[in-house]
Design a protein around this ligand. Structure first.
Ligand code: AMP
Length: 574
C-alpha cells in the first residue's frame, strides 16, 4: 500500500471505528466458530458482539495456559484457532517465571505488517526525504527454540526479521544501515559490533538513529564507549575484528570494509573526549530524530536519550506487544511525555476494563471516556479471546471515532530496566531468598524498598536494606551481602535472568544498606509531603520519586553488587 492509500485507509477505519470493530470480531469468530475453546462456552457459531460478551469470559494468560500447553506439546486439533498455529511468539511478560507463549497465525502477522506500513506513512508525511538517507537502528534478535511438540518459539522481533521481512517489498530494508546478516546474528557482540561499524562508516548518510526501546539505544552508546578503539582500528585498516567470526557477517562485510584512516582518527578524537553529551549528533551529524520508544517504563531513559542526542526529537512510532499491534502515534514529534497512540479498529477486537472498581464491565473501543484509565483486553485472529494484556492506558482524545491512549504502565510492574517486568510478588520472593543467606540469629532486615537505577548503562536493580543487629558483631560481611544480591537475582523470573546473563542488558543487582532510622524518615516524608496517613502508611516496595530516592541514597552506609551472573537455562523460558 502506498502512503497516500495508507493515510486514506487510516481515515476510513477511524471514521467507522465501531463498525470496523464489529466486522473484525465477526471475522475472527466466523473463522473460529468450530474451535474447542469457543464451543466450551456455547457460543454456537454466533459472531455478534452481544453473544460474544455474554458468553465468553475475560481471561488472563494463566486461564488459557492449559490450552497453550497442549498446543505447545503438539496437539494439532483446533483448540484456540481454526488455522494451524504455525509457531509461537515469546512475550517478555512472564507467568510463573516463564515467558508467555502467544500463538502466531498469519493473519495476526498481516495485521502487524499493515500497522508498520501505516506508521511509516504517518512518519513520511511529517519528514520528507526519509528514503534518501539511512537509518541506524540497533536491533538484536534472540535465539529460536522449539517447544516439546516441535513448534518454533521466537521473540516478536526475531520473528519479524526472520519471517515477516520476506513479505515486505524488496526495497523495504534498503535504508537500513545494519546489514541483514548482522541483525540476524544471535551473538549479541558480533551483531552490535557490525551494526555499529556500518553506522560509523556511513555516518554522513544516517538521518535517524534508534533502537526498539530506549534502553537498547543506550546500550548501543555504551557499546561504542567500550569498543571505539577496536572499531576505529578496523576503520583505519579496513579489517574486521577477529571476534566477529560469523561467516555470513564476514561475507557481507567485505562489501563495506575499506581503510579510511581520516575517518578513524576523527572518530577516535570524538570518542576519547570525556564528555559524551550530544555524541549522537556529533558522530551522525545529519540525524533528524531519534527513533525509539520512550513511553511507559522507558520514560525513565528520556533524560539520558536527550543528553546523548543533544535534545533531538524522539519518535515513538507504535504500541505493540507479542499479543497484538494496535496503537499508532499520529503525532510523531510531540513531546515524549505527550505521546498518545491511536488504537486502530481493524487490528484486533478491543475492550477496555475500567480501572475504577465501581465499573467492572469492559467498555467497547468507541465508548471509552477521555481522562479515564483502562486495561486493554483483546480478541485476536491468533486465538486470544477477551484476553487481558496487562497494559494500562489513559484516554487522551479521539482521532475521528478511534480513541487515543497514553501508555501509563504495565499492571503490577515495580521494576523494569529492559524487557524485564518484576512485580511485587517476585521482588518479595527474591528478598526472602536473600534473607536465607543472612545469619538471622544475628541480623535481620527491618525494611526494604527498591528502585531501578538507570544512571548506569546498563541499568540495574537497587535494593535498599535497613538492618537490625541482634548481635553487636552481627554486621554481615561484604561477601555475605554479595551472596544476598546473587540469591535475589537467582530468584527473579526467567526474563530477568535472561536479560542479565545472556543479553547483558541489566547490570548486577545492588544492595545499598542504609542507616538505622532511614525508613522512618521515608515514612515521615510520605506523611508530611505526600499526604500519606500515619496509620495507613506502607513502605512502597519501589521508590520512584526523586526526593525519596535521594533521601535513601543520602543514608547509605554500604553498597554491594552481585558478584556473578544468575543461572539461565534458555528452555526455562518456554
Ligand atoms: P513483548 O510482549 O515482550 O513484546 O512486550 C510488549 C510489552 O512492551 C507491552 O505489553 C508493553 O508493556 C510494552 N510496550 C510495547 N510498546 C510500548 C510503547 N510504545 N510504550 C510503552 N510500553 C510499550
Amino acid at each position: 500500500m502506498d502512503d497516500a492509500k495508507a493515510l486514506q485507509f487510516i481515515e476510513e477505519v477511524t471514521e467507522n471505528a465501531d463498525k470496523v470493530q464489529q466486522t473484525t470480531l465477526a471475522g475472527i469468530l466466523s473463522q473460529n466458530g468450530e474451535i474447542e475453546y469457543l464451543k466450551r462456552f456455547n457460543l454456537d457459531g454466533a459472531t455478534d458482539r452481544e453473544a460474544f460478551k455474554s458468553k465468553i469470559p475475560v481471561v488472563t494468560y494463566e486461564d488459557i495456559l492449559p490450552f497453550i500447553r497442549r498446543i505447545a506439546d503438539g496437539d494439532r486439533s483446533p483448540i484456540l484457532c481454526a488455522h494451524p498455529i504455525s509457531d509461537f511468539v515469546l512475550s517478555s511478560g512472564t507467568s510463573g517465571g516463564e515467558g508467555k507463549l502467544i500463538p502466531a497465525v498469519k493473519q495476526d502477522q498481516d495485521v502487524r505488517l499493515l500497522q508498520y506500513g501505516l506508521a511509516r506513512a504517518i512518519l513520511n508525511r511529517h519528514v520528507k526525504g526519509l528514503d534518501k538517507g539511512k537509518s541506524l537502528r540497533f536491533v538484536v534478535i534472540k535465539p529460536e527454540r522449539r517447544t516439546q511438540g516441535g513448534l518454533m518459539v521466537r521473540s516478536v522481533i526475531t520473528r519479524f526479521f526472520k519471517i515477516d521481512v520476506k513479505n515486505l517489498p524488496s526495497d523495504a530494508m534498503k535504508t537500513a544501515s545494519s546489514p541483514y546478516e548482522a541483525v540476524c546474528c544471535e551473538d549479541i557482540f558480533q551483531s552490535m559490533y557490525t551494526q555499529m561499524l556500518c553506522g560509523l562508516y556511513e555516518r554522513e548518510c544516517i538521518i535517524r538513529v534508534g533502537a526498539i526501546f530506549a534502553s537498547g539505544l543506550l546500550r548501543a552508546i555504551r557499546f561504542l564507549q567500550l569498543n571505539w578503539k577496536e572499531l576505529t582500528h578496523d576503520i583505519r585498516t579496513g579489517s574486521l575484528d577477529p571476534r566477529v567470526d560469523d561467516q555470513a557477517i564476514r561475507g557481507c562485510m567485505t562489501r563495506v570494509l575499506r581503510p579510511e584512516p581520516e575517518l578513524a582518527n576523527w572518530l577516535a578524537r570524538e570518542c576519547e573526549k570525556d564528555k559524551w553529551e550530544g555524541i549522537i549528533t556529533r558522530i551522525w551529524p545529519n540525524t533528524k530524530f531519534i527513533d525509539t520508544i520512550v513511553t511507559g517504563s522507558m520514560s525513565q531513559y528520556i533524560p539520558a536519550v536527550d543528553y546523548y542526542s543533544g535534545g533531538l526529537p524522539v519518535f515513538c512510532s507504535m504500541y505493540a506487544s507479542s499479543e497484538c499491534a494496535v496503537g499508532i502515534n499520529f503525532d510523531p514529534f510531540c513531546n515524549p511525555s505527550d505521546v498518545s497512540y491511536t488504537f486502530m479498529p481493524q487490528s484486533a477486537y478491543m475492550e477496555f476494563l475500567p480501572l475504577d472498581p465501581e465499573f467492572s464491565e469492559p467498555v467497547d473501543l468507541v465508548n471509552v471516556e477521555i481522562g479515564k484509565e483502562y486495561e486493554l483486553v483483546i480478541t485476536t485472529y491468533g486465538g486470544l479471546y477477551r484476553y487481558r494484556v496487562g497494559d494500562i492506558f489513559r484516554v487522551t482524545g479521539f482521532h475521528n471515532s478511534a480513541p487515543q491512549f497514553r501508555f501509563l504502565a504495565r499492571q503490577n510492574v515495580l521494576l523494569s530496566i529492559d524487557v524485564d517486568k518484576t512485580d511485587e510478588a517476585t521482588l518479595q520472593g527474591a528478598v526472602e531468598s536473600a534473607y536465607k543467606v543472612l545469619d538471622e540469629s544475628k541480623v535481620v532486615v527491618v525494611d526494604y524498598t527498591s528502585y531501578a537505577d538507570t544512571t548506569t548503562i546498563p541499568g540495574h536493580y537497587v535494593i535498599f536494606w535497613e538492618l537490625l543487629l541482634k548481635d553487636p558483631d552481627g554486621w554481615p560481611s561484604g561477601e555475605v551481602v554479595e551472596q544476598c544480591c546473587l540469591a535475589m537475582e537467582e530468584a527473579m523470573d526467567g526474563v530477568y535472568r535472561h536479560c542479565r546473563a545472556v543479553d547483558k542488558c541489566i547490570g548486577p543487582l545492588e544492595i545499598r544498606i542504609v542507616e538505622r532510622g532511614s525508613f522512618e524518615e521515608l515514612m515521615d516524608y510520605a506523611v508530611e509531603k505526600r499526604s500519606a496517613t500515619f496509620s495507613q502508611y506502607k513502605t512502597p516496595k519501589c521508590v520512584k520519586l526523586k526526593p525519596m530516592v535521594d533521601l535513601l541514597n543520602s543514608r547509605v552506609v554500604a553498597t554491594h553488587f552481585s558478584p556473578a551472573l544468575p543461572h539461565c537455562a534458555v528452555e526455562e523460558r518456554l
